[in-house]
Design a protein around this ligand. Structure first.
Ligand code: XMP
Length: 527
């Protein structure tokens, strides 16, 4: 491993990726591996520290995820969080029981000892009341547990407790073992990041060598060495990941890189031209750019098809065919670039969840193209790190901060059959919506928002004439991870303005509705 690195050992907690993000905020690289990873593999990687994540189970249930005690004896500091804390106690022979009182949500933590892990939290100045008197040394952390550590294992001392939990934090510094019952990684834990800092920087001794500048330098050098004089092919979608991957590659190997951009006719308004402006011959990058205008071909294939999974399948399949044909024209290449990012690489500790939709990502084509090896320059990065790299590489803001856009594009935002006329309606409505939301400043406060075209036609009246036209649905959500989402509370005035503009400016739309459904039970996209 070239970087100092922390292992986040995943026991099925909801926040495992968040823990890795928090560690990286301290400029220390962190990776998430399942608890099924063998100890020999962990030893080999030379981690500077290990964090056990939370998880939904009880350690005293024999079927719950566990680990061999050897992991606590490697001489590498270990921090257990929630279930991870209980597991550490259990492995060290201490009693873990159902707590008489479960704790959920923000909880006052009383700190008993500031020597080790908790050195930066609940300091007296933090707990001073309005009159300047010292309050008990407390801080607020997020709790979510039904079991608790009833007593610490031998050699451990208690460093924090709560009204209902005798061991909210404990440590055995001689053994390098630390545990917290609360979740320092979540935003609601006011001083959580100080605990992560204390662990990775002070206890594990990491110096903080994970910086985006050095990431770019190292990656460019590695790619150059790997590619040599070879030829590289990249499927560019115009999304953040493939754009950043392409620019990194172009920085490394220039014209040895060819980017193929397939315009499937299901992009947002003007998006195809915007991508061409940035990456095409008049753009600012040193690469070969091919735009394939395959709009009609996709519309022909999709004619008469209404079923969402069938639409997704056709779009994905056709995309591969078009890309394959272009690749054949170019001839054999040595490398294929993919914009895979870290969350795509992590396999959860408790296995894969149910497939609700068959996701299609422009870029996943290895079986069909004549190449020797795949290059995934972003596979170590989280999305916001990809964005940081993009900005450092000088990619325009509007591309770097582009909101997520699904591979099948507007194809899954037109309910039912897709026609070129419907594509135009949804493009125009969506452009108005995006323009107005951006003007209001709400674009920075919500995570995804778009217009979709419903399959519903209804009666309206315009200039004394009866209309019988389509309804547009507006969607806006806030979410941390796109797995769950809430409908955003957009101001009424804004929604009225967008509605009025859409019905006035977009032909064949006479009604606009706002979707209030959360996820679950809805999904973010309509199909
Ligand atoms: P859903 O609709 O499943 O979407 O709640 C969650 C997030 O994933 C995006 N999405 C996709 N992204 N290929 C993608 O790259 C796809 O096929 C796809 N389908 C949905 C969606 O936009 C949202 O951000």
């Amino acid at each position: 491993m070239t970087h100092e690195s922390i292992l986040v050992l995943d026991f099925g907690g909801q926040y495992n990726q968040l823990i890795a993000r928090r560690v990286r905020e301290q400029n220390v690289y962190a990776e998430v591996l399942s608890y099924t990873t063998p100890l020999s593999e962990i030893k080999e990687k030379g981690y500077k520290g290990i964090i056990f994540t939370g998880g939904p189970n009880s350690v005293y249930d024999p079927a719950s995820p566990s680990y061999e005690t050897g992991i606590l004896e490697l001489g590498i500091p270990v921090l257990g969080i929630c279930y991870g804390a209980q597991l550490m106690a259990h492995l060290c022979g201490a009693p873990v029981k159902t707590a008489p009182v479960s704790e959920y949500g923000k909880t006052e933590i009383l700190v008993d000892d500031h020597e080790g892990l908790l050195q930066y939290v609940a300091l007296p100045e933090y707990g001073r009341d309005v009159t300047g008197c010292d309050l008990p040394e407390h801080t607020v952390m997020w709790m979510s547990h039904t079991d608790y550590i009833a007593a610490p294992p031998e050699g451990f001392r208690i460093t924090a407790h709560t009204a209902d939990c005798p061991v909210a934090a404990m440590e055995n510094p001689d053994a390098g073992l630390y545990a917290v019952q609360f979740h320092p990684e979540v935003m609601h834990s006011k001083e959580g990041s100080k605990i992560i800092r204390s662990f990775v920087r002070d206890i594990c001794g990491c110096t903080g060598d994970w910086q985006m500048d050095s990431f770019i330098e190292t990656t460019v050098a590695q790619v150059r060495e790997k590619v040599g004089n070879g030829r590289v092919l990249c499927a560019l979608s115009g999304g953040v990941d493939s754009s950043v991957a392409a620019v990194l590659l172009s920085k490394a190997v220039g014209k040895q890189l060819t980017c193929v951009f397939v315009d499937h006719g299901l992009l947002r308004k003007n998006e195809g031209d915007e991508v061409e402006q940035v990456f095409g011959p008049d753009g600012s990058y040193d690469l070969n750019f091919i735009r394939v205008n395959a709009q009609q071909r996709f519309y022909d294939k999709l004619a008469g098809v209404e079923e969402p999974e069938q639409k997704r399948h056709i779009i994905g399949e056709e995309f591969i065919r078009v890309f394959e044909e272009e690749a054949k024209k170019i001839g054999a290449v040595d490398f294929l670039v993919q914009g895979t990012i870290y969350p795509d690489v992590i396999e959860s500790g408790l296995g894969k969840a149910d497939v609700i939709k068959s996701h299609h990502n422009v870029g996943g084509l290895p079986d069909y193209v004549d190449f020797k090896e795949i290059i995934e320059p972003l596979r170590l990065l989280f999305k916001d790190e990809v964005r940081q790299v993009g900005l450092k590489l000088g990619i325009p803001d509007y591309l770097v901060f582009r909101q997520p856009f699904p591979g099948p594009g507007l194809g899954i935002r037109i309910i039912g059959e897709i026609t070129p006329e419907k594509v135009k309606m949804v493009q125009d409505a969506d452009a108005i919506y995006r323009e107005e939301v951006a003007k209001s400043g709400y674009d920075k406060r919500i995570n995804q928002y778009f217009a979709a075209l419903t399959n519903m036609r209804s009666v309206g009246v315009m200039g004394d004439h009866r209309t019988y036209d389509y309804a547009i649905a507006l969607r806006a959500v806030t979410t941390d991870d796109f797995m769950t989402a809430e409908s955003a509370k957009l101001p009424w005035d804004l929604l009225e303005k967008v509605t009025s503009r859409i019905v006035n400016e977009v032909e064949h739309v006479n009604r606009v509705v706002y979707d209030l459904t959360g996820k679950p039970p809805g999904t973010i996209e309509f199909e």
